[in-house]
Write a protein of this length. Structure first.
Length: 384
């Protein structure tokens, strides 16, 4: 890579990093605000809160990186033209392919990073986040039940404790109605949650268990001094994890289990997710080429570039909208896969045509228009 190419690469890389960090920080803050309930409402530690928000970063990178690359390319080319460096390079005979080379180097690097995110890191982060959220919700004693309130869960558990003393719960009442044929009621003076491995236990002290069969007036009552309840079992329905398509690995999406009930019910979404992952990195190249096609040609300072920038922004927005539309359509129609890849690929080909054959195309168009204008007066004179 020559000196001028390294100079351009440094400028566009600095612009990309600055833009990427700014956009990521702004969007990440919105994600942080959405997860504040983990600390304020569910009593989680700051460490859990930070882990949950950090796990959302790979998905942000996939969305932000192509946009940041587009903005960085626009900025670098506009700066080069504003400082007359682009004009000097054009006058010195620098070919478009040579000028494009440093931008292509950065685009290739971002392409590989986004590909790694979409194919591996993003589904892995969503999977880990799903497991973490499920674990938080499963520990209903610590995260859901409030002091002095009767709390009924969807699983059929009603839990209450009078007050908390340190790490202990006082005045515990729990009714288990998961099995309507056999209802159990637990009453204890004191209890404490203990974690052993991946399971959480509620250790009750000085209490009783009352079990009653449906339709029977008699109840079996057993007193105890110490009794351990496996909370993972009691929250089984809460802890059951169902992974969505975006939380599945790419290897699974390529070869899904045909007996998977989620796959049977959402076959279209699995298909859309798979092709979205493979097409997402292509937008890095597409956006970069669109920006270069709009501003890569040298112009004098008197020639405004606002129209070119606006056209590039509109083109990028249109390409991304077409991609989203195709992604939604492929859920119902498999042939829409062509649109998922067609949006970034066709736009890239059109941009390359403008970059390398733009002068010839404009010359042909100019000659055609001049011929039309010349033919019009001649036809009018012949008619007279």
């Amino acid at each position: 890579m020559t000196l001028i190419e390294r100079y351009i690469l440094r400028n566009v890389t600095v612009a990309f990093v600055a833009c990427f960090l700014a956009l990521t920080l702004v969007i990440w803050i919105t994600q942080i605000l959405r997860q504040l309930d983990l600390v304020t409402g569910q009593g989680q530690t700051l460490g859990i809160f930070m882990v949950v928000t950090l796990l959302s970063l790979p998905a942000l990178v996939v969305i932000i990186a192509p946009v940041a690359l587009f903005i960085a390319t626009i900025y670098a080319l506009n700066k080069l033209n504003g400082d007359s460096e682009l004009i000097v390079m054009s006058a010195a005979g620098v070919a478009p392919a040579r000028l494009l080379r440093p931008f292509a180097a950065l685009g290739t690097a971002i392409f590989m990073i986004v590909a790694a995110m979409t194919l591996y890191l993003m589904p892995q982060s969503f999977n880990t986040l799903r497991d973490l959220i499920t674990q938080i919700r499963a520990d209903f004693v610590s995260n859901i039940v409030k002091e002095g309130q009767f709390t009924t869960l969807d699983s059929g558990i009603t839990f209450h404790y009078r007050e908390k003393a340190g790490d202990s719960l006082l005045g515990i009442f729990m009714q288990d109605e998961r099995n309507p044929e056999k209802i159990a009621v637990y009453i204890a003076e004191r209890g404490q949650t203990v974690t052993v491995g991946n399971d959480s236990f509620l250790v009750l002290e000085n209490g009783s268990v009352q079990q009653q069969e449906k339709g029977s007036r008699d109840a079996a009552i057993v007193t105890f001094q110490r009794y351990a309840l496996n909370l993972s079992v009691f929250a089984a329905s809460e802890a059951e994890t169902v992974y969505r398509p975006r939380e599945r690995s790419t290897a699974y999406l390529l070869s899904p289990d045909p007996e998977d009930p989620v796959y049977k019910y959402q076959t279209g979404r699995f298909r859309a997710e798979l092709h979205d992952r493979f097409s997402a990195p292509l937008y890095c190249i597409s956006f970069l080429l669109i920006a270069f096609a709009a501003l890569g040609e040298a112009r004098t300072t008197r020639q405004g570039r606002g129209v070119a920038i606006a056209a590039a922004v509109v083109a990028v927005g249109l390409v991304r909208i077409l991609g989203f539309f195709a992604s939604s359509a492929v859920v119902r129609e498999p042939l829409a896969v062509a649109g998922i890849y067609g949006a970034p690929l066709v736009s890239s080909l059109i941009a390359l045509l403008i970059i390398f054959e733009g002068a010839r195309v404009r010359g042909l168009m100019g000659a055609f228009l001049r011929g039309r204008r010349a033919a019009t007066p001649a036809a009018a004179a012949g008619g007279a």
